[in-house]
Design a protein around this ligand. Structure first.
Ligand code: M6R
Length: 609
């Protein structure tokens, strides 16, 4: 997945494109490049490395003259991150330049065809075939060449295309990858995300699949695949999309951890009336929810981990058969979902390709889809039957923290709603949970205030090269997230295990000095978890334990190091238990001098399957 941006107007294009790319770096950051039309030729500067490198190479864009251009920030799929594999890619003659987000699945076949016609390739990417095919089909009409080229491509794409023969235009095309066009004053833009252009304009056109746009400085014409012109609405973005700043914080991740009390409050408060949960967002799907006989929760990475908690909670409190399924697996697993299945998709970005594909499959099979999404107007938000937004604000760090917590808060609300409708919890029971829900922000703050202890534990363990997270039931679900957080930002190998499962094989990996992070917040299974801790300690493991305050007395002495979490209703424990794990991972990564906000090989939004 990558970010693309384009500008055509009267201003110098390069600084505007660089500014746009800065806002798209969350989509990938292993290389970046620009192509600018300048006096009958396309100037291309591109380079491996962060956008900063491109910024320096172009002197903030000053070294590139011209008022029309396209730019790209990359997350490598085909071909290692390198100068030659960076976008834009140009055709053999240098006359056509292309930026691309997506994957051309039949690129090998297309490459063979072109090589047989004598075309010489200069990169290992799938994207280069697009530039070469365009030139191959070009017979004086660029739009016709675009149309022919697109008809040969299999896979997904958001494309920005320029040609020296048409200096007054940029062509854009989309299939299964986000692309917006934006209307400026004597200028127009294209971008993977509104964030890239919002500094200049809030009037945007959402390009849909299989549409092609011709963008000049004063017009945007949009066509379908038959080349019929379409009349698409200009949408004014009125939601707040202010740029997040790090302020005095060293990292966005830390800042976002600190924001969690507010984020939880912003997400739950508008949905509570007294001690009642009010989810107006569900009004249009209420009858479908009432007759649902099962729930599937779909997501990737941390969003999937929230789904695992949802599964435990919906089954326990609302008594509805539920399962959490990785979105990337759902689509190809012949899922038994139908019109009586409620599907909940969870996604911070709303643009994760696997989650979008799973959602579409669920809809195709007749299910009703509720989406829990952070980014307003994203693909998932637009296509789901109903959306519950998490009011986490823009999350910049690749490792999610505040969006995860906000998703979890929505799961709690949904659980209460379902339990109420199915009469599985009394009003009194619900009101007890809601009272505790309202206290979550202050309890999270209490944990954050004890962060020095976690920093100390990080200093004890940051040199470990293998860590196991163990827990049972909800604690196991939290372990999944704790383990992912640690590995993605600190590059320490770590695994989450259901504590009872360890003895079925994995315990052979425990040796003196192995760190085992044990979660013991689930009161009913506390004794069993303590037995599992004893087993690993008997084999020499160092145990860092997390337990609820009310278990302090019984837990003391059972772990080498311990951290206590404020008491709360059992349903809500995950919302508290995850916070110290986020902070522990953060401090470990800090001590290992890792690039915390932009870990290697990752991107914030994973828009390829
Ligand atoms: O935008 P999404 O919530 O759909 O993203 C899903 C995952 O890619 C994401 O949660 C990922 O696992 C995070 N980097 C974890 O911190």
């Amino acid at each position: 997945m990558c970010g693309i941006v384009g500008y055509i107007g009267k201003e110098e294009a390069a600084p505007i494109l660089l500014e746009g790319l800065k806002k798209l770096e969350y989509r990938g950051y292993d290389s970046a490049g620009l192509a600018i039309y300048n006096n009958g030729k396309l100037d291309v500067i591109k380079s491996k490395g962060r956008l900063d490198t491109l910024y320096k190479l172009t002197d903030g864009g000053k070294k590139m003259e011209g008022t029309a251009g396209i730019g790209h920030t990359r997350w490598a799929t085909h071909g290692e991150p390198s100068d030659k594999n960076s976008h834009p890619h140009v055709s053999q003659s240098g006359k056509i330049a292309v930026v691309h987000n997506g994957i051309i699945e039949n690129y090998q076949k297309m490459k063979e065809l072109l090589v047989n016609h004598g075309v010489k390739f200069s990169s290992d990417t799938d994207t280069e075939v697009v530039a070469q095919l365009l030139e191959y089909y070009y017979e004086g009409d660029l739009l016709e060449a675009v149309s022919k080229t697109l008809s040969r491509l299999e896979g997904s794409y958001a494309l920005g295309i320029m040609s020296v023969d048409y200096p007054d235009r940029i062509i854009a095309a989309r299939k299964e990858n986000p692309l917006i066009l934006a209307v400026g004053d004597n200028c127009n833009y294209l971008a993977s995300d509104v964030a890239a252009v919002v500094k200049y304009t809030r009037d945007v056109i959402y390009l849909d699949d299989d549409e092609i746009a011709v963008i000049t400085n004063d017009r945007i014409n949009i066509y379908n695949t038959d080349m019929d012109e379409l009349n698409k609405p200009v949408v004014h973005i009125d939601w707040n999309i202010s740029d997040p700043e790090k302020g005095s914080y060293e990292h966005f991740m830390f800042k976002e951890i600190m924001e969690q009390p507010k984020v939880i409050s912003d997400t739950i408060s508008p949905r509570l009336k007294g001690n009642e949960v009010i989810l107006n967002e569900l009004d249009n799907v209420r009858s479908k929810i009432d007759k649902a006989s099962q729930i599937y929760i779909l997501g990737c990475g941390s969003a999937y981990h929230v789904g695992v908690i949802g599964k435990y909670l919906f089954e326990k409190y609302a008594r509805i058969p539920s399962q959490a399924v990785l979105a990337s697996e759902f689509r190809y697993s012949s899922p038994l979902v139908d019109e009586n299945t409620l599907v909940i998709v969870i996604s911070q970005s709303g643009e994760t390709a696997d989650t979008i594909a799973a959602m579409r499959e669920a809809k195709r099979l007749g299910s009703t889809v509720i989406a829990i999404v952070n980014v307003v107007g994203s693909t998932i938000a637009k296509e789901a039957d109903s959306v519950i937004y998490t009011w986490a604000g823009i999350e910049v760090a690749v490792a999610t923290t505040k969006a995860y917590s906000a998703q979890l808060a929505v799961i709690h609300l949904l659980c209460l709603e379902l339990a109420k409708n199915r009469k599985k919890m009394t009003e009194h029971e619900i009101s007890e949970v809601v009272s505790e829900l309202k206290l979550l922000p202050s309890k999270i703050q209490r944990i954050i205030d004890c962060r020095e202890k976690l920093q100390y534990y990080a200093s004890l363990y940051f040199n470990n090269d293998s860590v196991f997270f163990i827990g049972r039931n909800l604690d196991y679900a939290i372990c999944l997230e704790g383990s992912l957080k640690l590995k993605e930002i600190s590059y320490i190998h770590s695994e989450a295990y259901a504590a009872g499962e360890l003895k079925h094989g994995t315990i052979s990996l425990i040796e003196p000095g192995t760190l085992v992070v044990a979660l013991a917040t689930y009161e009913k299974l506390f004794d069993k978890l303590v037995s599992n801790i004893t087993e690993v300690r008997a084999r020499g493991a160092d145990v860092l334990g997390f337990a609820s305050e009310k278990m302090r007395e019984s837990f003391e002495g059972n772990a080498d190091s311990a951290f206590y979490i404020p008491n709360t209703h059992e349903m809500l424990t995950p919302s508290l238990a995850v916070i110290p794990l986020q902070l522990f991972s953060y401090y470990v990564a800090l001590m290992r001098d890792c690039d915390i906000d932009k870990p290697r090989n990752l991107a914030k939004s994973v828009t390829v399957e």
